[in-house]
Ligand binder design. Structure first.
Ligand code: PEP
Length: 232
């Protein structure tokens, strides 16, 4: 079964959330659909028949951490998934691999399925193996990875309309799969209704993580359809 994860980032509205719930509840998809709206909109997905996820969590259960959300609360709100280590969080909020690992551990402790985002910056493109190895170092050989999903998101592809070639992506995917043999792997970066099919045909890719295109309901439905087609 293919996976389609929508990352709304800090976008959307109450109106959009209600429209999404209504429209996507009409779909019986053979793909696993996960929508990650901003935390403030999670409550609007109460009647959603697919999955919801958070875009981040903190690693403590409660306490004086103004502005943060604990995995426990996210679970209570109905989340089954949580994005961790998105490149925007790494760059803008200075999240380190160590912090992401602590968040991973706390999320797994609450039975949330973490989607750990990894990927190189444009200037690191020639060194992608080193970058990815570094980002994966805490998880390689770990015994508790059954529910963990990795998302390869080359940063130079996010929001740019540029995606890796089939052979480039194929090489990265087999490298990650070799390091993380039992984990599902998503591709993220400028996915849309036109390229989702070809991306899904790459051996080893289990699904897609969609940013910008996930805010347009028709486009998102197209992606869900393309992923479902390739999952047979
Ligand atoms: C993202 O930021 O996770 C992402 C995949 O964005 P976009 O699809 O807009 O490139």
């Amino acid at each position: 079964m293919g996976i389609v994860v929508a990352n709304w980032k800090m976008n959307g509205s109450v109106f959009l959330a209600e429209r999404f719930v209504h429209r996507l509840n009409e779909i019986d998809s053979v793909s696993r659909v996960v929508v990650c709206p901003p935390a403030a909109l999670l409550g609007k997905f109460e009647k959603f028949k697919h999955f919801i996820g958070a875009q981040n969590c903190f690693y403590e259960e409660s306490g004086a951490f103004t502005g943060e959300s604990s995995p426990k609360l996210l679970k209570e709100l109905g989340c089954d998934y949580v994005l961790l280590g998105h490149s925007e969080r790494r760059a803008l909020f200075h999240e380190s691999d160590e912090m992401i690992y602590k968040k991973w551990s706390a999320a797994v402790g609450q039975s949330l399925r973490p989607v750990i985002c990894i990927g190189e910056r444009l200037e690191e493109r020639g060194d992608w193996k080193d970058v990815i190895c570094h980002q994966l170092k805490n998880y390689i050989g770990h015994c508790d990875l059954d529910d963990t999903i990795f998302a390869y998101e080359p940063i130079w592809s996010i929001g740019t309309g540029v995606i890796p070639s089939e052979s480039e992506l194929g090489a990265v995917v087999s490298f990650i799969k070799e390091k993380m043999p039992g984990s599902e792997l998503l591709y993220g970066g400028s996915v849309n209704g036109r390229n989702a099919g070809e991306i899904m045909r790459i051996n080893g890719i289990d699904g897609v993580l969609v940013g910008g295109a996930s805010l347009q309901i028709d486009e998102f439905e197209n992606i869900v359809g393309m992923v479902a087609q390739q999952s047979y």
